[in-house]
Design a protein around this ligand. Structure first.
Ligand SMILES: [Zn+2]
Length: 826
């Protein structure tokens, strides 16, 4: 095995990595039916890249050698980790009693790859796995928690927010921010590296949106958001034009149809009403579902383009119509605000659409993007500039008022829009021109590590850094500012002598906005290691744009987040001492998609949680200008989180949650909550089956099989949690023996099972219609994109009324639940 002394290191690392990549390509070969692809070693001559580096036109599909970026250390780290894992598995018992302080990954004392620390059997009896177990090493757990609660600072969070939101940082154009982030993390004592991928994405070149009457231009949209004197971000000369990520280039002129939210159901209603759609342009409202799926459905129905606008009818009470002044004078939506965003078909697969299922490394084979991104052009537009188009529809075709309730939410009637559906006559058309430059270009994740005493029990925490706009103070950089405060807090603990029990990996992802690219490619690259070692993934995207705590989580993490939110003081106390838990309604959403947890949860089967403070659009909530120039530092400082108290609060929640997951000797999961989740999800599938075409006898059979499996899992999970609780109590009591190999083995076994439980629900061939999604319990809804669908394989089979698929998915789900039961009982 390679030793990682200086000299020769680079080529050895690359060799290791090449071998590793080869195993991925074998997987890919099977998937794409090709043979004989090999990765050649990349060159070791590494020029300094920066964001001004000319973009690569396209990463070659051949094996030609190409220079790499300077991130050998992180490669070395992962290589070591990956090489060590099989051996770890074999030597698991010995290792678990000898792990104390011997596995500095990514550290000053590189472990020789492949040569694990030799267990010193004679000293086992006297040695705890963690020098101060069950307390933290170096400092007490109480002291650690106190540091994590007292270190996050509002003025610092404000400073980081100001930094990140000071200029454009689109995916692949933010290397200076990646480097700055890395520098800060290093400065705070967390070793960090930049990990890059070469990804296929688009940048806007040109666009036009015009209303034509009898061939003459009657309105030409500026496609610009107003420059506001109060908000310097809005006038930056290099601000990002309005466009859609992964939109198709095209120039079309056609009559158009008002399509409401453009959901699957909305289009069904249009079809039922015999509205002619083929050859028309879809005029759609934002909201309800992921925007890419609006464009997908329009395209599927033969439409030739899509315009998507933000209707103030979805802004709740906070509208101009209700007398609120728009931003910057007041909290209502600025009429010129435009929501940029990706139109990738996110529910089909996230990540680089040319490398579905494997990492976008240089030289990786590239697949066609057909069926993964739109084939018709689309543009986003403000409501101010949507008005002339909507008014030109007045009187053409049926009125939205004759459609279902979902169609009655338009908020521009007071501006003279009657929400006629159209289509417009041939004399009234839209010219939609969208010109995008598609390139394959590097993007940059920053990955930081704090080595724990246990190297194969890892907690990953991530936030994306890239934004659609120059600002992004809310999305994502409220999360980035908070994450920096979390890392600075852990750095403070490190300098006080702390060494965590488990290993922590921090990530600042690039390319989330285009389609969760940085995180997806990284998970695809390190899948074997992540599968073996990762206990949980914690995500923060929009960290703080309002006072309402919200979270989505894998059920095993429910108790942990209830516990942590009950420890953190709310900045919004009506009664002294109120915690975030006291004010939060306690709702935990189902894992779907829409942020970087997707690859962890749905592809790798790693229990994940997403946290942040948001605005529910209530009467007192300022409108959040999502993906608009007005998601700026000025907006944040004035309306979103003046005082930055919610930035600090989310930093405390994340810090304490990580500490809990990292430091508690018995992993703080609840398997019984997973059982409760499965019961709940099964009930909703029963309701669906009831409404579907399958007959009652078939339905009874399905659910008797699944009810039985879930009941078995419930029994096993309850017993397992009880055992874990007893171990935990024993460790916390004074009765804990100073050394006990048996006890250590028990704890290690319980922890390994908690870690691997989520993996039991993966089905390697994936869902029928979208094989990248491997989890049988969680996936984004096929036609919603963001919202979590449960038992997606079965639900889609029921939706299709396909009895073969129904039988197949009942068998798969039963097998997975029984497998999970076996893991807990075994
Ligand atoms: Zn985001």
């Amino acid at each position: 095995m390679a030793s990682f002394a200086e000299g020769g290191r680079v080529s050895e690392v690359l060799e290791e990595r090449t071998k590793y990549v080869q195993s991925y390509l074998r997987f890919v070969e099977t998937e794409i039916g090709k043979r004989g692809l090999t990765m050649h070693e990349k060159g070791s001559n590494m020029p300094q890249q920066n964001e001004h580096t000319p973009l690569l036109v396209r990463v070659p599909v051949d094996n030609s050698s190409r220079a790499r970026y300077p991130h050998t250390t992180v490669r070395r780290f992962w290589t070591i980790a990956l090489t060590a894992i099989p051996l770890l598995t074999i030597a698991i018992v010995l290792f678990c009693i000898a792990i104390g302080g011997q596995s500095d990954l990514f550290g000053d004392h590189p472990t020789e790859s492949g040569s694990l620390p030799t267990p010193r059997l004679s000293s086992l009896e006297a040695k705890l796995p963690h020098a101060a177990w069950p307390a933290s090493e170096g400092i007490s757990y109480a002291k650690l928690k106190q540091i994590l609660e007292s270190t996050p600072d509002a003025s610092k969070a404000r400073e980081w927010s100001k930094y990140y939101a000071a200029g454009p940082h689109l995916a692949g154009k933010n290397l200076s921010q990646a480097e700055w982030t890395q520098d800060r993390w290093q400065e705070w004592g967390v070793k960090s590296e930049i990990v890059s991928y070469d990804v296929y994405i688009n940048y806007p070149l040109d666009h036009r949106l015009a209303l034509l009457a009898d061939g003459e231009v009657s309105f030409e949209a500026t496609l610009e958001e107003d420059v506001l004197e109060e908000d310097p971000t809005t006038s930056l000369p290099d601000r990002v034009p309005v466009f859609h990520g992964y939109s198709a280039s095209g120039d079309v002129t056609a009559p158009y149809v008002y399509c409401n939210y453009g959901t699957y159901e909305d289009f069904e209603e249009l079809q039922k009403a015999n509205i002619s759609l083929a050859g028309k342009i879809a005029f759609i409202k934002y909201g309800g579902i992921f925007r890419g799926l609006k464009v997908k459905r329009a395209s599927d129905l033969g439409m030739v383009g899509a315009i998507i606008y933000s209707d103030p009818g979805d802004d709740g009470e906070m509208t101009e119509e209700n007398g609120h002044k728009p931003y910057p004078e007041g909290p209502a939506r600025n009429p010129s605000s435009v929501q940029r965003g990706s139109v990738e078909y996110l529910s089909v697969a996230p990540g680089d659409p040319t490398t579905i299922g494997y990492p976008s490394l240089p030289g990786a084979p590239r697949q066609s993007v057909d069926g993964k991104i739109p084939d018709i052009p689309s543009l986003p537009v403000s409501y101010a500039e949507a008005l002339p188009f909507l008014k030109a529809l007045n009187g053409h075709g049926p009125n939205a008022s004759s459609f279902s309730a979902d169609w009655q939410t338009g908020g521009l009637a007071y501006k003279g829009v009657d929400y006629s559906i159209g289509p417009t006559p041939d004399s009234i058309t839209i010219n939609l021109m969208n010109k995008q430059e598609y390139v394959t270009t590097p993007l940059w994740n920053v990955i930081g590590i704090i080595n724990g005493s246990i190297s194969d029990e890892v907690i990953v925490i991530g936030n994306h850094r890239d934004a659609w706009i120059a600002g992004g103070a809310g999305d994502p950089n409220s999360g980035s500012a908070a994450l920096n405060e979390v890392i600075r807090s852990f750095g403070t603990a490190l300098s006080a002598g702390w060494k965590p029990l488990r290993t922590i990996v921090f990530a600042s992802w690039d390319g989330e906005e285009y389609g969760l690219i940085g995180s997806t490619e990284w998970v695809e690259e390190y899948l074997p290691w992540l599968s073996e070692a990762t206990v949980a993934y914690v995500n923060v995207d929009v960290g703080a744009i309002g006072p309402y705590f919200r979270t989505a989580a894998a059920p095993v993490l429910n108790q942990a987040i209830y516990d942590i939110t009950a420890q953190v003081q709310s900045p919004n106390q009506t009664v002294k001492g109120q915690t975030v838990r006291d004010i939060w309604n306690g709702h935990i959403s189902t894992m779907g998609s829409g942020s970087d947890f997707t690859a962890f949860q749905d592809f790798a089967g790693i229990a994940s949680i997403d946290v942040g403070f948001g605005t529910p659009g209530g009467p007192d909530s300022p409108v959040y200008h999502y993906h608009s120039n007005y998601d700026s530092f000025h907006w944040m400082d004035t309306y979103g989180d003046p005082g930055f108290l919610y930035h600090v609060t989310i930093a405390k929640i994340i810090g304490l949650l990580i500490a809990k997951l990292v430091e508690e000797p018995v992993v703080s999961f609840s398997a019984a909550d997973y059982a409760a989740g499965l019961e709940k999800y099964l009930t909703s599938v029963k309701d669906l089956a009831h409404r579907s075409s399958i007959d009652d006898t078939a339905s009874k059979h399905i659910f008797s099989v699944l009810d039985k499996a879930v009941a078995g899992f419930r029994k096993a999970s309850t017993a397992f949690d009880e055992n874990a609780g007893a171990l935990s109590a024993l460790l916390a009591s004074s009765a804990v023996p100073e050394s006990s190999v048996e006890l250590f083995k028990s704890v290690r076994t319980v922890n390994s099972k908690y870690k691997l439980l989520e993996r039991e629900f993966l089905y390697a061939p994936g869902l029928d219609s979208r094989t990248w999604f491997k989890h049988v319990v969680f996936a984004p809804g096929l036609w919603t994109g963001y919202a979590g669908a449960t038992f997606p394989g079965l639900v889609e089979a029921l939706d299709d009324g396909n009895s073969t698929a129904i039988a197949k998915w009942v068998a798969i789900i039963e097998e997975k639940i029984v497998g999970a039961t076996g893991l807990l009982e075994g």
